[in-house]
Design a binder for this molecule. Structure first.
Ligand SMILES: [Zn+2]
Length: 480
C-alpha cells in the first residue's frame, strides 16, 4: 500500500513593535535579563493590559497579504497553563474570534520529478498573542533561570490548513510566507533570535483515503531546512509503523538535530487542557471597515506580484524570477542593476550564480556587499562587449567583492582584456590546425568534440585571452 503525508504548519512570528503587546516595556533583543519588565508583563495582581495599536495593525496587514477574512469584531482570551515562563499562569491569546480568519497562500513548488507547479495552501487563521518568557537551563548554578524580557512581546500565530503534501512543499510554504512577512515589514524574521518559529503537524494515510491519520506535532525546529528534515523523518517513521500494522500515537515530538531523529516529548494524555475563557480585562471591540481598507492601501508590491512583473517586464524565467524575489533586498538590488543599464537576464545570472555564492561563502548579506549595483552593471557590460571573458569576469567579481573597486580598473590592472584581434587569433588557429591533424580529421568525420583540443591550443597560444566567440568563428571558417 502507498501512503501519503498530510502536513500543516503553525508559524509564530514576532511583530516588529517598539513596545510589548499589552504594556510599554521595550521589545529590544539582547538586553540584560529581566530589565524589560513591569507589573503588567510580570502579571502582578491589579495590573491591567492595554492593547498595542501598532501590533494590531501589523497583524491585520499580514492577514490582508494572506487574503484572510479580517474580523469585524474581535476579542482576546486567556489560555491557561502553569509553567515558570508564564508569570500570570495564563497567556493572553485569541480563541474563537481571531483577528484574521480564513485565507490562502499561493506557492511555487517543485514536484518529485522537478517540475515547477503552483499550489494554493489554505490559511486557517492568524491571531495575536503574547510571547512567554525564556527559561535558561545552562547556567552558573543548579536549577534554571527565567528571563521575562520576552514575556509579552507581540506574536502573530499563522496556522495553515493541512494542505501540504511533501517536506519540499512545507519548505516552499515557509519561504513564501517569510518573504511576505519581510515585504510587509512586520518582522525581521530572524530564526536565530527566535523572531520566527515553526511547529509542524504530520500524519500519513493510505493514498485515496479521505480520513486523516493520527497526527504528531513536531516542535523545536530552528530552521526551514530542519523543518524539512524533521517532516521527512516523521513521514518515514509513521509509514514504517503503518506498514507493520502498528498504531500511531498522538503526541508531541521534538527534533534532535544531532541524531537527526524526532523523539517523544509528551503524549495526548499529558497534553494541556487550556480552559480558554474571555479575557475580562480587555473588552471585545469592533474594527471599522474603513480602517481595514486604509491598511490595505499601505500594502507594498508583494513577492508574487513582483515575480510576475519580473517575468513580464524583463523576460526572466519563472524559476529565476521567484528566486530573485524571495529576499526583498536582493530583488531591489537586481532592479537597481537594471536601472544602471545591465541586461536583465545577465544580471539575474550574475547575481544568482556568482554574487550570492560569494556573499554566502563569507556569511555576508547583500546589504554589506561591496559591489554596488552600478559596479555589477559595469562588469556585465564588459562581458557583453567581449572586452573580458566570462571566466576572467568571475575573477574580477571576486576582487570587486573584496575591495569595492570598479571592474574596468581591475581589468586594466590585471591585464585581462580579451584578444579580439582577428589577425592575431587567425595565426594561432592556423598554427593549432597544423599541429593537430588527427583532431581535424576526426572533426571532419563528424566528431564535434574533436575541436576541443584545437581550441585549447589556441587559448594556450594567446595566454587564455582570446575571445572564444571569435576563435570559434575563425576555426569554423578554416575547417569548412
Ligand atoms: Zn511590561
Amino acid at each position: 500500500m502507498n501512503y501519503e503525508p498530510v502536513i500543516g504548519l503553525e508559524v509564530h512570528v514576532q511583530l516588529k513593535t517598539k513596545s510589548k503587546l499589552f504594556c510599554s516595556c521595550s521589545t529590544e533583543f539582547g538586553a540584560e535579563g529581566n530589565s524589560h519588565t513591569c507589573p503588567v508583563c510580570l502579571g502582578w495582581p491589579g495590573s491591567l493590559p492595554v492593547l498595542n495599536e501598532l501590533a494590531l495593525k501589523l497583524g491585520i496587514k499580514v492577514g490582508l497579504a494572506l487574503n484572510c477574512k479580517v474580523a469585524e469584531r474581535l476579542k482576546f482570551d486567556r489560555k491557561n497553563y502553569f509553567y515558570p515562563d508564564l508569570p500570570k499562569a495564563y497567556q493572553i491569546s485569541q480563541f474563537d474570534m481571531p483577528v484574521n480568519g480564513k485565507g490562502e497562500l499561493l506557492i511555487e513548488t517543485k514536484t518529485a520529478d522537478g517540475k515547477m507547479i503552483e499550489r494554493k495552501i489554505g490559511v486557517t487563521r492568524a491571531h495575536l498573542e503574547e510571547d512567554a518568557g525564556k527559561l535558561l537551563h545552562e547556567g552558573i548554578m543548579d536549577g534554571s533561570l527565567v528571563d521575562y524580557n520576552r514575556g509579552g512581546i507581540p506574536l502573530l500565530e499563522i496556522v495553515s490548513e493541512p494542505d501540504l503534501r511533501s517536506p519540499q512543499e512545507a519548505y516552499d510554504y515557509l519561504t513564501a510566507l517569510k518573504a511576505i512577512l519581510q515585504y510587509v515589514e512586520v518582522s525581521d524574521c530572524d530564526m536565530e533570535k527566535g523572531s520566527l518559529r515553526c511547529d509542524a503537524n504530520v500524519s500519513v494515510r493510505p493514498v485515496g483515503q479521505e480520513k486523516f491519520g493520527t497526527k504528531v506535532e513536531i516542535k523545536n525546529l530552528n530552521s526551514f531546512k530542519m523543518v524539512q528534515k524533521a517532516i521527512q523523518y516523521e513521514i518515514e517513521r509513521q509509514t514504517e509503523a503503518c506498514e507493520n500494522g502498528e498504531a500511531i500515537v498522538q503526541e508531541t515530538r521534538l527534533w534532535n538535530d544531532v541524531k537527526q531523529t524526532t523523539f517523544s516529548m509528551r503524549s495526548k494524555e499529558e497534553a494541556h487542557d487550556y480552559r480558554y475563557f474571555p479575557e475580562p480585562d480587555l473588552v471585545p471591540f469592533t474594527l471599522s471597515r474603513e480602517a481595514v481598507e486604509e491598511l490595505r492601501k499601505t500594502l507594498p508590491e508583494l513577492p508574487r506580484e513582483r515575480a510576475k512583473r519580473f517575468i513580464q517586464e524583463f523576460g526572466l524565467s519563472d524559476y529565476d524570477a521567484y528566486v530573485l524575489v524571495q529576499e526583498k533586498k536582493i530583488a531591489e538590488y537586481f532592479e537597481s542593476c537594471i536601472r544602471e543599464g545591465a541586461n536583465a537576464k545577465l544580471a539575474s545570472n550574475w547575481i544568482q550564480n556568482e554574487l550570492l555564492s560569494l556573499l554566502n561563502a563569507k556569511n555576508n548579506t547583500i546589504e554589506d556587499c561591496l559591489v554596488s549595483p552600478h559596479a555589477l552593471a559595469g562588469l556585465i557590460r564588459l562581458v557583453e562587449q567581449g572586452t573580458i571573458s566570462g571566466k576572467s569576469a568571475k575573477e574580477v567579481l571576486q576582487e570587486m567583492a573584496a575591495t569595492g573597486k570598479a571592474a574596468d580598473g581591475i581589468v586594466k590592472e590585471k591585464g585581462l582584456v580579451q584578444v579580439s584581434d582577428t589577425g592575431l587569433i587567425e595565426k594561432a588557429v592556423e598554427k593549432a590546425i597544423a599541429a593537430n591533424p588527427t583532431a581535424v580529421a576526426e572533426f571532419k568525420a563528424g566528431k564535434q568534440k574533436a575541436l576541443g583540443a584545437i581550441v585549447g591550443m589556441v587559448m594556450k597560444e594567446t595566454g587564455g585571452k582570446a575571445n572564444p566567440k571569435v576563435v570559434n568563428e575563425i576555426l569554423c571558417q578554416k575547417l569548412k
